[in-house]
Design a protein around this ligand. Structure first.
Ligand SMILES: Nc1ncnc2c1ncn2[C@@H]1O[C@H](COP(=O)(O)OP(=O)(O)O)[C@@H](O)[C@H]1O
Ligand SMILES: [Mg+2]
Length: 257
């Protein structure tokens, strides 16, 4: 893993999967994200923590193109994302999971994974294309990873909350993104489900990086290679979980209460 970049330094883009530099967005003059820089390595799990309203979700919105930056840059494998459309960013290999699952309740687990396969972006197109062996194999492989191998024929509406979250992660994985972004993936999950989700993340980072927003500190300790702490739209601290949790500034604004 690369050594931490000094504040204000400019990274050589090549070494990083994602280089966010001086990223700023104002909503009617209010800076929700203000001069944020951070760098994510290949195969890294980075967690963003911080109090409510710190700007965490907005950072993901900016990376996936849902919100346009006021200034700053977001380079993904050296490509500037701030100029690309949301769909071009997905095509480039960036997958994003929102806080509420967006699975199709009346389709089975298998069908949900199938419609997410890159070949069939529309529901109709996907249901009509031939289920060839390669697609089936990939769905089986993903289903195994997300602990739903025995539930392939179950309608998604009958899954538990945690299983729905895993299914949605699976729907992103089947598109094989190199950067996967997850907003509070274990919210509402049981302790056992949280542990399995941590396992899942460690499994899927071979060949990709994961950017996760999370509040559950036990979960963060289980998964994070490095942690970036946001506060009032700015980076307050960054480093290993060990370093960040002992940082007096972090204790004061976030971990202390
Ligand atoms: N589209 C928007 N328009 C105006 N204000 C917004 C918008 N999106 C987010 N905000 C504001 O920006 C701040 C950061 O929000 P958010 O990124 O959702 O925080 P977090 O995810 O860290 O809780 C909040 O004060 C929120 O109200
Ligand atoms: Mg949020």
């Amino acid at each position: 893993m690369n050594a931490a970049i000094l504040p204000g330094a400019t990274a050589g883009d090549k070494d990083f999967l994602l280089a966010v530099e001086a990223l700023t967005v104002s909503f009617d003059g209010f800076k929700a994200v203000s001069d944020v820089s951070f760098y994510v390595d290949p195969d890294e799990i980075r967690v963003i923590i911080g109090p409510n309203g710190a700007g965490k979700t907005t950072v993901l919105d900016l990376i996936c193109g849902r919100t346009r930056a006021t200034s700053g840059s977001i380079k993904y494998k050296g490509t500037e994302l701030t100029k690309l459309s949301e769909s071009a960013i997905v095509q480039a290999g960036v997958g994003r999971k929102f806080q509420t699952p967006s699975i199709y309740d009346d389709l089975t687990v298998f069908e949900n994974l199938e419609i997410s396969f890159p070949r069939g972006r529309s529901v109709l197109g996907a249901l009509m294309f031939k289920r060839d062996a390669a697609v089936r194999d990939r769905i089986d492989e993903i289903a195994e990873m997300i602990f739903l191998k025995d539930q392939l024929d179950k309608r998604a509406e009958f899954l538990s909350h945690g299983q729905k979250q895993w299914l949605e992660i699976g729907m992103l994985l089947i598109q094989d993104p190199e950067l996967l972004m997850l907003d509070e993936p274990v919210a509402g999950m049981s302790v056992a489900e949280r542990k399995k989700t941590a396992e899942l993340l460690h499994q899927i980072i071979k060949g990709r990086s994961v950017l996760v927003i999370e509040h559950d500190m036990k979960f963060v300790e289980d998964i994070a290679h490095r942690v970036t702490v946001l506060h009032q739209g700015k980076v307050l601290s960054e480093g290993s979980m060990e370093r960040v949790k002992n940082d007096p500034k972090v204790i004061e604004v976030y971990l202390g209460h």
